[in-house]
Write a protein that binds this ligand. Structure first.
Ligand code: R5P
Length: 285
């Protein structure tokens, strides 16, 4: 099998290749003077089984992925691993005239009929998987976060999702290790007063791990951390699957009193302490 690492997933592709005992094929990536991308798979992939690994973080990552798929059309089998599928938060039409961006992206990847199988890691909304026209499987990295927290030997950690949408993730992280978990709930007390509280679990004096699928601007996590501090929690850790950390996200989170930020390598950053490579390699094997 040949592993082809796109521009946005070089390290993860190399790690997946290592897990599988093969080498990641070299590619050339350049920009033309007008900004268009030039992509070339250097190795001969004719009649080979090929797996392309490429996250969609920036718009150009999608172009790169489409180029790589087209470049390997002579492969005997083509699988695509999308560790982070951007645009998955625009998973429906919120206002008339809007596109369902997640569907547009999924259709473009499946369109040419070259791809045989697609893997995505923790898509923001599971329904997005249905938008792909080829066999697509979602891989779940939440247990990797749970294992990482367990290794840190944090005393009786309570896993907290910042909103109802993070409940399943909090449960999946906590349950295998028997950690308590909960989500935060926003309640309007009066016209100008909003209180955010954990729904069920008492957090005072506890060590907290706030978990979310995506950290983008860090606003959600910073707000949750500040609120939990005000409720008298002990240490706060933060963990996510996909760490975009746009603008000053890391600083906002750390300024809110967070000890440590942990993310996976679906998006490579200094916080990528957890690798999804083994999980992906086991699926490809
Ligand atoms: C939203 O539904 C997601 O699960 C995340 O909570 C959100 O994307 C985080 O964004 P930010 O870091 O900008 O608050």
């Amino acid at each position: 099998m040949k592993i082809i690492g796109g521009m946005s997933a070089q390290v993860l592709a190399a790690r997946i290749a290592k897990e599988l005992g093969c080498k990641a094929s070299l590619c050339e990536f350049k920009k033309f003077p007008d900004g268009e991308l030039y992509t070339r798979v250097v190795d001969d992939i004719k009649d080979e089984e090929v797996t392309i690994v490429q996250s969609i973080i920036a718009d150009s990552d999608l172009v790169c992925l489409l180029q790589l798929i087209d470049a390997v059309e002579e492969a005997s089998e083509t699988k695509v691993v999308i560790p982070y599928l951007g645009y998955a938060r625009q998973d429906k039409r919120f206002k008339p005239g809007e596109p369902i961006s997640a569907r547009a992206i999924a259709r473009s990847i499946s369109f040419a009929g070259i791809v045989d199988k697609i893997y995505v890691v923790n898509v923001h909304n599971k329904a997005v998987v249905e938008y792909f026209d080829v066999d697509t499987k979602e891989l779940d990295a939440s247990s990797l976060i749970g294992d990482c927290i367990a290794k840190k030997e944090i005393t009786h950690p309570v896993i907290i999702g910042p909103d109802e949408g993070a409940k399943e993730l909090a449960k999946a992280v906590a349950a295998p290790h028997g950690f308590d978990y909960d989500v935060l709930e926003k309640r309007r007390i009066s016209g100008d007063e909003v209180r955010i509280n954990p729904k069920e679990v008492s957090v005072e004096g506890k060590n907290i791990v706030i978990v979310d699928d995506i950290i983008s601007t860090g606003g959600t996590i910073a707000e949750a951390a500040s609120m939990l501090k005000a409720r008298g929690v002990n240490e706060i850790y933060v963990a996510c699957i996909h760490g975009l950390f746009v603008q000053n996200a890391a600083l906002r989170i750390l300024n809110a009193g967070v000890e440590e930020i942990i993310a996976t390598d679906t998006i490579e950053s200094v916080f990528s302490a957890i690798s999804a490579a083994k999980m992906v390699a086991e699926e490809l094997r």
